[in-house]
Ligand binder design. Structure first.
Ligand code: PRP
Ligand code: URA
Length: 209
């Protein structure tokens, strides 16, 4: 079964409070999501493999460690996932970026896919699928299905806020996928919104309604 990690670092919790607050405007919301994505990327890359290389410091020869060239792909779920990409790329600038376009039908809450574009070497890459919200789990489950259908075998999922219902559904549908969360909230309301959550992530990021 996939593991669930909650990154409750004080800096992440602090920034998340302002992300949630309704008085936070679009510009600040976007900046805070970007910052939290960077902090989460720092944690999520903790187990990245290293290899030793020989270097010369100004003082002597040395054996030192560098990342062992693992191929990474970031896949934001459109739209709101876009808000997390730059923050991750600050730490992993060589990662390739794919996109999965999904929206939640407001009546059925079921995800509808309208776009997908992935790097060509899907089988060899480790993917991090990103979206600020894991609510019913439908969008994340469908996005990960799409990646697997195209050959992806190594996938992690990262979000800011999750509902317990979404975590359970994602674990059930994709038991091989580890889930990384900044906050695990209380529940979903009758409209499929996370409580207390942050509202509509896409609208708050892009200033739409
Ligand atoms: C939001 C959010 C997730 C999805 C989560 O996107 O960004 O993708 O809902 O809900 P779920 O877990 O119940 O599927 P939305 O469908 O509102 O589209 P948008 O990003 O284009 O605003
Ligand atoms: N999508 C959002 O943007 N917010 C929620 O609370 C649930 C789904």
């Amino acid at each position: 079964m996939g593991k669930v990690y909650v990154f409750d670092h004080p800096l992440i919790q602090h920034k998340l409070t302002y992300i949630r607050d309704t008085s936070t405007g679009t510009k600040e919301f976007r900046e805070l999501v970007d910052e939290v994505a960077t902090l989460m990327a720092f944690e999520i890359t903790r187990d990245m493999p290293l290899e030793e290389v020989e270097i010369n410091t100004p003082v002597s020869k040395a054996t030192s460690k560098v990342l062992s060239g693992k191929k990474l792909g970031i896949v934001p779920i459109l739209r709101a996932g876009i808000g997390m990409v730059d923050g991750i790329l600050k730490l992993i600038p060589a990662a390739k970026v794919g996109h999965v376009g999904l929206y939640r039908d407001p009546e059925t809450l079921m995800p509808v896919e309208y776009y997908i574009k992935l790097p060509s070497d899907v089988e060899e890459r480790e993917f991090i699928v990103v979206d600020p919200m894991l609510a019913t789990g439908g969008s994340a489950i469908e996005a990960i299905h799409s990646l697997k259908k195209r050959g992806a075998v190594n996938i992690k999922f990262m979000c800011l806020i999750a509902a317990p219902e979404g975590v359970d559904a994602l674990k059930e549908a994709h038991p091989d996928v580890d889930i990384y969360i900044a906050a695990l909230d209380e529940k979903l309301n009758d409209h499929g919104y996370i409580v207390p959550g942050l509202g509509d992530a896409g609208d708050r990021l892009f200033g739409t309604k």
